[in-house]
Design a protein around this ligand. Structure first.
Ligand code: MG
Length: 258
């Protein structure tokens, strides 16, 4: 079921959005060559406790998960791109890091992800990250009343295809509200003018993610981490946005923080 939020409810969602934005900015700033993924999770946990927020991940146990996630942040490194389970690994020079983070504050969820490189970057990694960010920007630009979900999907796909990337539509964006994953599904590929109409009060996570040379994923033995089948690297960019009469509001905007 697709739920629409009142302007007052969208205001109530802002603290969660702000906290997710600030936390990702902080963690990105503090993460460097040598940082252990478990330390990133511990730091995120500390920030959650301090803010009185509630992790959406720690008890998350969908049908495909072997057990509850048990951590508060996804850390996907290099050829891992989604749902990376933090483990005992110290980042190396040139690693491509994706942090994906969702919490609830006062019962309202926000969800956002960012990719970056620690140490010396490879050009192709920076280009992939830039492509996911441009796809997200293009998608947000068309997240306006009167358009449809398909317009968002098509905007993402146009950026990907411009870089000759293929798209996996098994995982994509989603409605956000009292729970992390609601309707509608927001695929990373689709046809303009199709799908659910974008109405004021619709709150969704938009999350383009791409792999360099494949669109196929394999799951790690940990039951969570999804990585490319061919070892090529992945990047992921996500914001939670509210569609309003005045245009899209990026609830997890970090642009003023770094
Ligand atoms: Mg997310």
């Amino acid at each position: 079921m697709i739920e629409l939020r009142t302007p007052a409810e969208i205001e109530q969602m802002r603290p969660a959005g702000r906290f997710v934005a600030e936390t990702l900015a902080t963690l990105k700033d503090e993460t460097r060559v040598g940082t252990n993924l478990l330390a990133i999770d511990r730091r995120a946990h500390e920030l959650i406790r301090r803010a009185g927020a509630e992790s959406c991940y720690i008890d998350y146990h969908p049908s495909f998960g072997a057990s509850p996630f048990g951590k508060v942040i996804c850390t996907s490194i290099n050829d891992a791109v989604l749902h990376g389970l933090p483990h005992d690994y110290a980042l190396r020079d040139g690693d491509l890091v994706t942090l994906d983070f969702a919490v609830a504050i006062d019962g309202w969820v926000a969800d956002s992800a960012v990719s970056f490189v620690v140490g010396t970057p490879r050009d192709e990694d920076l280009k992939l990250i830039d492509t996911t960010e441009r796809a997200l920007d293009a998608a947000i630009a068309v997240a306006t009343v009167g358009n449809r979900i398909g317009d968002i999907s098509a905007a993402i796909a146009a950026v990907a295809h411009g870089e000759r990337l293929s798209i996996n539509t098994d995982f994509g964006g989603h409605g956000v509200g009292r729970v992390m994953h609601g309707d509608p599904h927001v695929p990373n590929d689709g046809r303009p003018g199709r799908g659910f109409p974008l109405k004021p009060g619709l709150v969704i996570a938009i999350e383009p993610w791409f792999l360099q040379t494949t669109d196929e994923l394999v799951t790690d033995p940990d039951g969570w981490t999804l990585r490319s089948v061919d070892g090529s690297r992945g990047a992921h960019s996500e914001h939670t946005i509210a569609i309003t009469e005045d245009g899209p509001v990026v609830l997890t905007d970090r642009s003023h923080l770094s």
